[in-house]
Write a protein that binds this ligand. Structure first.
Ligand SMILES: CC(C)(COP(=O)(O)OP(=O)(O)OC[C@H]1O[C@@H](n2cnc3c(N)ncnc32)[C@H](O)[C@@H]1OP(=O)(O)O)[C@@H](O)C(=O)NCCC(=O)NCCS
Length: 193
């Protein structure tokens, strides 16, 4: 049986190894420590009966978000090849997102994923109901684009955020339409009349 538990400083080397074996995006050990020391509630490991760390999720809070609009972020997630398709990644993700909401009052979780990563896309979009917010071109060091994805924990918060974005977009379009050549010409004619 697999155990999902909060990571400790003792797990960080095993997590880094798991990362190195499974992903091209790697981090210095100090970055793992930074996560574990700053948001210990958001990083989890999956541990096999032998004690081996077979998967991890490294989570954090968006440090630029205002305190009343907290946003969780998944920095990295991986499961060792021989332990995949057992629901481990989904459990790790749910555990980290639960802590984002319950411990930090975060409203949503964001992440980036390679456009070609079919397994991760299935997990995020289909299993966990993340939405694609936008495509970030050349996001990865090798030039691949990323899907920037987001999931709101509460449908009401999502509806409010969508309404706010729509209002901002409408205001922007209104401002733009007043600055078109035709609008400017009309304004000149009106001013002359
Ligand atoms: C992506 C990854 C973390 C998924 O881990 P996992 O433990 O196998 O995922 P789960 O078993 O929780 O599966 C979750 C869902 O994804 C689906 N899935 C998993 N691997 C898949 C694959 N190769 N192709 C299509 N769907 C896949 C599962 O069937 C499951 O779907 P369901 O909920 O409809 O049944 C794992 O493949 C991995 O470590 N990949 C390399 C590192 C990586 O890409 N990390 C993500 C970076 S953004």
């Amino acid at each position: 049986m697999i155990t999902i538990r909060q990571a400790t400083a003792h797990d960080l080397v095993a997590m880094q190894n798991c990362n190195l074996m499974n992903l091209p995006e790697n981090y210095q050990m100090k970055y793992y420590y930074y996560h574990a020391m700053t948001w210990p509630q958001l990083t989890y490991v999956a541990v096999a009966p032998s004690g081996e760390v077979v998967g991890y999720v490294l989570g954090k809070l968006d440090e630029e978000a205002p305190a009343d609009d907290m946003n969780g972020h998944i920095t990295s997630l991986a499961v060792l090849r021989t332990w995949r398709r057992l629901g481990i990644a989904a459990r790790l993700m749910r555990q980290s997102m639960l802590a984002m909401a319950e411990v930090f009052n975060a409203k949503r979780c964001s992440l980036h994923v390679r456009q070609s990563n079919a397994a991760a896309l299935h997990l995020y979009r289909d299993t966990l109901q993340f939405n694609v917010e936008k495509i970030e071109e050349n996001y990865y060091a090798d030039g691949e684009n990323a899907y920037s994805m987001r999931k709101y924990f509460n449908p009401e918060d999502e509806a409010k955020a969508k309404a706010k974005a729509a209002a901002e977009e409408a205001a922007k379009e209104g401002a733009d339409s007043q600055n078109t050549p035709a609008a400017t010409a009309n304004a000149v004619v009106e001013a002359k009349a």
